[in-house]
Design a protein around this ligand. Sequence first.
Ligand code: AMP
Ligand code: TRP
Length: 331
Amino acid sequence: MLSGIQPTGDFHLGNYLGALRGWVEDQHEHDSYFCVVDLHALTIPRDPAELRAKSMECANLLLAVGLDPDVCTLFLQSHVPEHAELSWLLECTASMGELRRMTQFKEKTARGGEEAARVGLFTYPVLQAADILLYDADRVPVGDDQRQHLELTRDLATRFNQRYGETFVVPAAAIPAAGRGARIMDLQQPTAKMSKSAESPQGVVLLLDPPEAIERKVKRAVTDADTGTGSVRYDPAAKPGVSNLLELLGLATGRAPAQVAADYSQYGPLKVDTAAALVELLRPIQQRYWELTADPGVAEKALEQGADKAHSVASVTLRRARHSVGLLPRP
Ligand code: AMP
Ligand code: TRP
């Protein structure tokens, strides 16, 4: 199993409930690789000092949510050069047309235009495919927004295998069920996903938000004008804001959103309980995070151990791929 997360922006509840929380459970059941994708972060402008700081912050947060470096393999993408090299072989497998169809590329270039976009932004999903294929991953736990990138990875693996002979394992996405964290919505704009690049920070609950900020954001969450009887119900299409709160409270307390809805007839108490449950959900993570930042040696050791293990697996797969396409081994 493999998954990745970019060391950019601040981790939020969507990242945690859509991806990270599942990773923590999965690590005990699968041979798992978790990659901080620092090369992907370079696809849009970044300050070098900030990238360094964010990469460590990201590693510490992954440890704080519960990844155990003695159970899984946690590493930085740039520490394993095979990722960039396999990416090239896969760029020579992918077509311009299929990359141009990627919604993320279209969205990210919508404002500034394609002309100025970095080529890396265009080839981003190919590097992601390399991340996955290097580890023979058959399971890739991600949020719903990564569905298209996973389809592309499957297409590239299949095409490469057809062209050059069996080389890669064809992976499958593992996406949480609807209503169970696949797509957590922005609290201010409940028809858009909660995102690191949201327009209003008030709609995004960060993993490191202090309790007061969580309470304030949930209290001001956009619901809707229909407050009559039966107005607290799980119906994402008709009531996106309320449904998102029900989903959040359900995820924090281990219940289905419709089951949570049965306990409420008004928005106020639902918000109060949701905020309180989220504060409790995040409290232990925040506490571990602050302990870890006080002791940078822990993350450094985890990343060193992770890079060694990842390299030992990735180098074997890359050798196989190089051989398949006809590159000679070094004498
Ligand atoms: P990113 O923030 O784009 O690096 O995403 C890291 C992981 O979090 C990926 O698996 C995403 O699919 C997942 N993710 C990001 N935003 C959300 C969201 N609003 N709801 C559910 N999952 C999300
Ligand atoms: N594109 C993913 C995101 O933005 C991050 C990512 C990079 C990833 N490489 C990956 C996710 C490999 C899963 C597997 O969330």
